[in-house]
Write a protein that binds this ligand. Structure first.
Ligand code: LLP
Length: 409
């Protein structure tokens, strides 16, 4: 059982009752867990001048953005729309870092007008940005990621060349020269290495390289290490030692400050670390079927609501809320789509009966935010559980929502 599977809902809220009221499928998020995750992050880095920018892409509901804004974080936005959401949630423009991929000139222009900070990941985007209107232009430069591709030390790909993201280290001088000649100030250096934070040693190597690159850029204000901090989905998954990572970062930071006589801020952009554990997708069992030696349990959801198992083979703990004491048996959990949409295979779960309510755990990050209307299915409602109350933060979609953008409807 995964670490969060046993966690009850706050304020004695009953998931079965919530589903009676709001229907299924239903996303529920526990605000307290988000706050706890944030507090753990803060405690780990408390000896460093750090700043946290919540990665909106993980869960972009405006009430969740508001929660993090009230907690004092900044925002990592990947689209102009996420900047707009952030502003509506009350973030100050300078608290938002826009890290787009292949933005159009119009995107850059809009982001600059909105006052967001801009993170640039190619020479051509830098040229485009330099051409945008506006005085006193500043940007952050995003370098290529570091990735671990295997277990050995040699299996770390430094500044991974084939990534679509980032400026190669060899291009950094050219980028700086281009910025200088176009009067764009470089205020930050950024690297987001996806799974890298799983390996403290790889993370620290990448951090060391970032500090080194930072030494040659005058006027720099911050180093941004991106997100990518994994959360355990199963008992055997490693738990990231954030405090340990911070402890190793401290001497690197001190050395840099002494050598260069300046104190940079260290920025982090966690998404899943802050919201994954807080979220569950609740779904109703719509039928059972014996199939060539296995038992299929069909649920009123699928990869249109939770894409991670299908897209990444992600493992989400599943509990049977209606029959927790039932005799465990092996099930394949499938959804309602017109193509294979397994949510789990060969999973031991207490006896499942038609009508039972299943919870998919660790679904706060990249669950609702990656949901779609495939098969003309409607997206679920979302509830934020806070102060003992369940607040509806997105109503269930209706057929009218589907038709709203269709000209011929
Ligand atoms: N910063 C940047 C520049 C990013 O590209 C991302 C995620 C983050 C921060 C936040 O990463 P996190 O802390 O959430 O891992 N859909 C995939 C994850 C895609 C992540 C894309 N970038 C999933 O469901 O696992």
């Amino acid at each position: 059982m995964s670490p969060e599977a046993n966690t009850g809902l706050p304020g004695g809220l009953d998931p079965l009752a919530l589903c009676e009221t709001w229907g299924t499928p239903l996303y529920i998020y526990d605000a307290r867990i988000m706050q706890e995750q944030l507090a753990t992050f803060r405690a780990a880095f408390s000896k460093l001048p750090y700043r946290i920018l919540y990665a909106a892409k993980a869960l972009s509901n405006i009430e969740v953005l508001r929660l993090f804004r009230k907690e004092g974080t900044g925002l990592d936005a990947v689209s102009v729309e996420e900047i707009e959401l952030g502003l509506r949630a009350g973030f100050s423009p300078s608290g938002i870092l826009f890290t787009p991929s292949f933005p159009s000139a119009a995107d850059l222009d809009r982001a600059a007008r909105l006052g967001a900070r801009i993170n640039i990941d190619s020479l051509s985007t830098l040229e485009k940005f330099a051409g945008c209107d506006g005085a006193d232009k500043a940007c952050c430069l995003r370098l290529k990621p570091w990735l671990r591709t295997g277990k050995s030390p040699e299996a770390v790909e430094r500044w991974r060349a084939d990534s679509k993201f980032g400026i190669a280290l060899e291009e950094l001088d050219t980028a700086c020269e281009l910025a200088r000649s176009s009067k764009v100030r470089i205020e930050g250096l950024h690297v987001h290495s996806s799974s890298v934070i799983l390996d403290a040693d790889v993370f620290l190597e990448a951090a060391g390289a970032l500090f080194e690159a930072a030494g040659s850029i005058p006027g720099l204000e911050y180093l941004d290490f991106g997100g990518g901090i994994k959360v355990p989905h199963r008992e055997e998954d490693p738990v990231i030692d954030l405090a340990g990572i911070a402890r190793c970062l401290e001497p690197l930071y001190r050395n840099f400050s002494q050598e260069h006589g300046k104190e940079l801020e260290l920025w982090f952009e966690p998404g899943r670390y802050l919201v994954s554990r807080a979220g569950r997708l609740l779904a109703r069992v719509t039928g059972l079927k014996k199939n060539d030696g296995e038992v299929l349990a069909g649920v009123d959801t699928g990869f249109h609501h939770l894409l991670r198992p299908r897209l990444y083979g992600a493992w989400h703990e599943i509990t049977n809320l209606s029959n927790p004491g039932g005799e465990p048996a092996e099930y394949r959990i499938v959804g309602q789509l017109c193509e294979p949409d397994d949510l789990a295979t060969a999973r031991m779960i207490p006896e499942i009966r038609e009508g039972d309510l299943l919870a998919f755990h660790n679904a706060g990050a990249y669950g609702a935010s990656m949901a779609s209307n495939y098969n003309s299915r409607l997206r679920p409602a979302e509830l934020l559980l806070q102060d003992g109350e369940a607040k509806l933060i997105r109503r269930r979609e209706t057929l009218e929502d589907l038709l709203r953008t269709q000209a011929g409807a």
